[in-house]
Ligand binder design. Structure first.
Ligand code: SAH
Ligand code: MG
Length: 208
């Protein structure tokens, strides 16, 4: 993180999440990288996003930041790991975001869709990387026509591009991410912009 820029950005966001960043680092929680976060928040602000569906809450870091955007009225965020979910609930209360952020303890592939809304402006996919395509297809019907889909970690520490010396497990995961990126790049009626920022961000919009 560029501390100089973080300080300037803090002047208008007024949200200091240093404790969460430290916790994440100490406990190896893969929260969104700062540069990707700034792009995510910029899109939310420029597009005046109201409702967000997030797949992968972890400790609530990205959700708390997204909720700090004035136009955002509601975020549903799904987490399957009990201790992460509990940490998120605690943090959402700590940052007084409980009116805007609703955490769901569930596997995103099993959650009852009746528990979610059907008019999200933004889908943020940031959970198990091998499942991104399934998340995309499952939650697309819950989005508004003019919505945006953002996927994090599409470069996976450069491993998607450079696959030498990877363990069998990482190799499999990276293969899946590559397939997902290909799926996005070739998806009819959609356009995806792939950005080399943080751990790689894919921004998908519907063609008109
Ligand atoms: N969005 C967070 C980071 C999420 S890390 C942030 O930037 O602050 C990814 C999280 O997704 C992990 O906590 C993991 O437990 C969760 N996850 C993975 N697969 C999932 C699934 N199928 N359903 C719900 N949560 C899932
Ligand atoms: Mg991520």
């Amino acid at each position: 993180m560029n501390k100089y820029l973080a300080k300037l950005n803090y002047l208008h966001t007024k949200i200091n999440t240093e404790v969460l960043e430290k916790y994440a680092q100490k406990n190896h929680v893969p929260i969104i990288e700062y540069d990707s976060l700034t792009v995510l928040l910029t899109i939310i602000k420029i597009c005046k996003i109201h409702k967000i569906l997030e797949i992968g809450t972890a400790i609530g870091y990205s959700a708390i930041h997204m909720a700090s955007c004035k136009t955002v009225s509601k975020i549903d965020t799904i987490e399957r790991n009990k201790s992460m979910y509990e940490e998120a609930v605690k943090n959402i209360e700590l940052y007084k975001m409980q009116d805007k952020v609703k955490p769901h303890f569930a596997d995103a592939l099993d959650i009852e869709l009746e528990n979610l809304d059907h008019d999200y402006d933004l889908l943020f996919i940031d959970a198990a990387k091998v499942q991104s395509e399934k998340f995309f297809k499952r939650f697309l019907p819950l989005l508004k026509e003019e919505s945006i889909i953002i996927t994090d970690n599409i470069l996976f520490h450069g491993c998607v591009e450079n696959r030498e010396n990877l363990s069998k497990n990482v190799s499999k995961m990276v293969e899946k991410i590559d397939q997902y990126n290909d799926f996005l790049a070739n998806l009819e009626n959609f356009e995806t912009i792939f950005i080399n920022i943080g751990d790689g961000l894919a921004i998908t919009i519907r063609n008109k």
